[in-house]
Design a protein around this ligand. Structure first.
Ligand SMILES: NC(=O)c1ccc[n+]([C@@H]2O[C@H](COP(=O)([O-])OP(=O)(O)OC[C@H]3O[C@@H](n4cnc5c(N)ncnc54)[C@H](O)[C@@H]3O)[C@@H](O)[C@H]2O)c1
Length: 411
């Protein structure tokens, strides 16, 4: 039974603190003008300054910005750090644009957004279509307009120490999270067949870390279809995939080097026989039919890399089939941990090795895992229940927010 106090808090929590929508005009290389729409939803600053991604993708709209901001608020509230949550971006499509066009777009985007950002206000981070290059351009313009260097953006290379795992952190963290789940079952990743969707920052780093754990990743995908390599990817194949993506070529090109692999147009990889699924592409990528496909293909664990990859109908199917779901707000928390390390000047002065970073990341994922399970247990969900991590993560994040909202009065 939910107390009426919590219902009032939920009502307030579900309304973003601030929503910013703005025009982003920019000029392409031929001198033609274009206009896109920019969004930033500062969902909650109750636990600290907002932190959350910027997404550049044609499908971006206010609804997506709101869901990203809410998910990030919960993700940050579940983490050990004092951070609020935000989401945003633009319907600008970076694909096929020159570097100069991307720079001009980023500068125009920041011309408006800079006044709402700052170390005590809002700290942007990467998401779909926004990587270190875009974050560098965005930070450069922010610094110029704000007149100081304290943006604390997550992502620009200038904030990286030499051995940082900044871009790798979320993907690696997802695999560490899967390992913790398997450890509880006295199992290991070695030899398990894994299906992955996406070929972006998250998907490729999941693939790379799975290889080092001896797992057998067999698929990746893009918005046009998916690639299946029944023999499993290895480091040489991974390097080829990275080249194909960095040159913006089709995944189909992989088959020229590995003819036994197959590319399926307009399809998703969820019907392939597997033990674990890692959705790492976009929201709602798994609906009811895809969830049924996963269940029939033998999948026992689903680790959410993308934010909200499953529709509620898909979740129902997975729940009934007792597929264990690791929610993105817990399993995808790796980026928050490394982002915090990067911004901590004391840590940045030290010479960290990649192994040091990995150890910190593993510690942080373990803490998030244990916190989720503890809250599940406190509220009556057995730790071997397939839903324990989903409920535990939600309860822990909500209680942290609810306590801070109660303490701060009706604001
Ligand atoms: N980057 C981060 O720090 C971060 C952190 C947590 C969660 N996420 C989430 O992970 C997901 C991927 O983010 P990313 O940073 O890897 O983005 P990215 O831009 O690097 O890659 C996105 C990938 O998804 C593919 N894709 C896009 N739309 C698709 C569709 N409709 N069907 C199939 N594939 C599609 C693209 O081809 C690309 O390979 C997003 O949901 C994002 O919100 C990102």
């Amino acid at each position: 039974m939910i107390s009426s106090r919590y219902i009032h808090i939920l009502e307030r929590l579900l309304e973003p603190e601030r929503t910013i929508i703005f025009r982003v005009p920019w000029v392409d290389d031929k001198g033609e003008t274009h206009v896109n729409r920019g969004f930033r939803v500062q969902f909650s600053q109750v636990l600290g300054p907002c932190r959350g991604g910027l997404r550049f993708h044609p499908s971006m709209n206010l609804s997506v910005a709101k869901f990203l901001g809410f998910e990030q608020t919960m993700k940050n509230a579940l983490s050990p750090y004092k951070l609020g949550g935000a989401g945003g971006g633009s319907d600008f499509d970076p694909r096929g644009k020159s570097e100069n066009e991307i720079m001009r777009f980023c500068q125009s985007f920041m011309d408006e957004l800079y006044r709402y950002l700052g170390p005590d206000q809002d700290l942007p981070a990467e998401d779909t279509g926004v990587g270190p290059r875009e974050m560098g351009f965005l930070f450069g313009q922010y610094r110029r307009l704000a007149g100081h260097f304290q943006g604390n953006f997550t992502g620009p290379k200038i904030f990286w120490s030499g051995s940082s795992l900044r871009t790798e952190a979320t993907g690696y963290g997802l695999v560490f999270f899967a390992r913790l789940i398997l450890l509880e079952m006295n199992k290991e990743l070695k030899g398990l067949r894994c299906v992955i969707s996406g070929t972006g920052k998250i998907a490729l780093h999941v693939l790379e870390k799975l290889l080092s754990c001896g797992a057998i990743p067999i698929t990746v995908s893009d918005s046009k279809g998916y690639l299946l390599d029944e023999d499993g990817f290895d480091y040489v194949k991974f390097s080829l995939l990275r080249d194909i993506k960095s040159q913006q070529r089709s995944l189909r090109d992989y088959i020229k080097s590995y003819p036994r692999a197959r590319y399926f147009e307009d399809s998703k990889p969820w019907n392939e026989r597997c033990d674990i699924a890692f959705p790492c592409a976009s929201q709602n990528e798994i609906g009811q039919p895809e969830a049924l496909g996963l269940v029939n293909s033998g999948c026992r664990i689903l680790i959410e890399g993308s934010n909200m990859p499953c529709t509620s109908q898909a979740i129902d199917v997975l729940r009934k089939a007792k597929v264990l779901v690791a929610p993105a707000k817990a399993a995808g928390a790796g980026g928050i941990a490394v982002g915090e390390l990067e911004l901590n000047h004391e840590y940045n002065l030290m010479q960290w090795s990649p192994e040091d970073f990995e150890t910190k990341l593993q510690d942080s994922m373990k803490q998030t895992y244990e916190r989720s399970l503890k809250h599940a247990n406190d509220y009556g969900f057995l730790k071997d229940s397939p839903e324990a991590l989903v409920h535990g993560g939600n309860i822990c994040a909500f209680l942290n927010l609810a306590q801070a909202m109660t303490d701060q009065g009706c604001v």
